[in-house]
Design a protein around this ligand. Structure first.
Ligand SMILES: Cc1ncc(COP(=O)(O)O)c(C=O)c1O
Length: 428
């Protein structure tokens, strides 16, 4: 027990700081490009669904179907209820092209508290200290932080404007094996409009990553948080559509961006992994709320295709306003042009520390963004850009993640052009 603290907290609490992004969300600024809050949600539909559920529940109760009425408010199976899993499995088979059996495929689907819990539980069930995982550089903080907490050796792979580069994944595998004395176990990717960069993996890269995972026996985690938030270009089939036997790819989806932040994720997991994740979830939260599953089942069965296009138009307009502002006012550098999702990534040509700039200049001017450094592991290894060796991972401090999901398009343009002028001033 330390002197200043009554309790003897676990070692990880001293090593892992709280999420920088969640801390930034606390700031009240006029132009907040920091968070990734969905700003276009089908509120009218969601409230109609609530009424529909409530009326049915009342009818069941009034007409004496007590068992059915009370089940809406009760515990249920850990992985989710059949009525909800069937709707999700059916949609993923039809739209995403997954190999899910029409009758029994729903049994491969697991519900979690957001896809965040699925990521956490997969790492929790796979990683012993010293196990090796591969991630893009930069990567989603919500994956990096739990991986660090569980003691994983995190090896980051270079990305370009099309996302993670498969040849580098293949180069990193033997280097990691040599360095850590064991081969990597997991490859993590966000193929559609990733967080933080907003890049989309072309089909050839998806296929190459699947083949590499097969060759080196990796678990490929395909985090498809932004699968439905696609507003430009052709939609590309998920990597999971190649996994005919359901034994290679953990396919993670979420309601958070495409329905509402219900804290509900839905995944298709390879068989053995599914059982372990369910065991973990059983101890994490016992089960998912039935009423939320009811909302999901109705939304995905009847409404999503009618109401999502309107939300997508908003996100597209927002992204265009942001890109226009960047292109007109930002100093020389590179930025992504997302087909979907919530984020643009910017890297200046000139080196500077975007976190310092945020504190000294942007926040005092009522502007928030997330410094790019937040998306690199606290401790990890990076494959050098020439692919020759693994070196201690260094954050790119001249970068920033800019979110366009929440603000209105004219506010975005106004705030981004202000930010651009401040940056130009800073970088000369
Ligand atoms: C890439 C990615 N994966 C997973 C998540 C977790 O989302 P949720 O837990 O709300 O499903 C997020 C949230 O921002 C994300 O951006």
């Amino acid at each position: 027990m330390t002197k200043n603290n009554r309790f003897d907290f676990a070692i990880w609490t001293k090593l892992l700081p709280p999420s920088e992004i969640r801390a930034l969300l606390e700031y009240k600024v006029k132009w907040n490009f920091g968070g990734g809050l969905p700003g276009a949600l089908p509120i009218e539909t969601l409230s109609d669904i609530l009424v529909e559920i409530s009326e049915e529940n009342k009818r069941d109760y009034d007409e004496g179907r007590y068992g059915k009425a009370i089940s809406l408010w009760n515990y249920g199976p850990t992985g989710g209820q059949e009525f909800c899993l069937r709707v999700l499995a059916d949609r993923m088979r039809r739209i995403d092209g997954l190999y899910l059996d029409e009758e029994s495929g729903w049994k491969d689907v697991v519900l979690t508290a957001g896809s965040q819990q699925a990521l956490y539980a997969i790492l929790d069930t796979m990683i012993d200290p010293g196990d090796v995982i591969l991630t893009p550089s930069p990567a989603y903080l919500g994956f990096l932080a739990p991986a660090f907490k569980m003691g994983a050796e995190i090896v980051t792979i270079p990305t370009d404007l099309d996302g993670i580069i498969p040849e580098f994944v293949e180069k990193a595998i033997p280097l990691a094996e040599k360095k850590f004395g064991k081969k990597p176990e997991i490859l993590y990717v966000v193929p559609d409009s990733d967080n933080p960069k907003g890049t989309t993996l072309p089909w050839a890269r998806r296929k190459a990553l699947f083949d590499i995972s097969e060759k080196y026996d990796l678990l490929l985690i395909e985090d498809q948080a932004y699968k439905e938030i696609q507003f430009k270009g052709e939609s590309i089939k998920p990597i999971k559509s190649l996994d005919k036997e359901n034994n290679r790819v953990a396919y993670l989806r979420t309601t958070s961006k495409e329905a509402a932040v219900l804290r509900m994720g839905y995944s298709v997991l390879p068989k053995g992994l599914k059982d372990e994740v369910l065991k973990d979830k059983g101890y994490l939260d016992l089960c998912s709320p039935t009423i939320l599953q009811k909302i999901m089942a109705i939304y995905y069965e009847k409404y999503i295709d009618k109401v999502l296009p309107e939300c997508l138009r908003t996100y597209q307009k927002n992204s265009e306003a942001m890109l226009k502002g960047i292109e007109e006012t930002f100093p020389a550098g590179k930025h992504t042009k997302p087909n979907g999702g919530f984020f643009v990534w910017y890297e200046s040509e000139k080196l500077f520390n975007s976190k310092q700039f945020l504190i000294d200049v942007a926040i005092p001017n009522d502007i928030m963004f997330v410094p790019g450094a937040a998306f690199y592991p606290i401790k990890g290894w990076a494959l050098e850009e020439d692919g020759s060796k693994l070196v201690s991972s260094q954050a790119k401090t001249n970068s920033m993640r800019l979110g366009y999901s929440y603000n209105k398009e004219d506010e975005i343009y106004e705030g981004i052009t202000r930010l651009g002028k401040l940056l130009t001033n800073e970088l000369g």
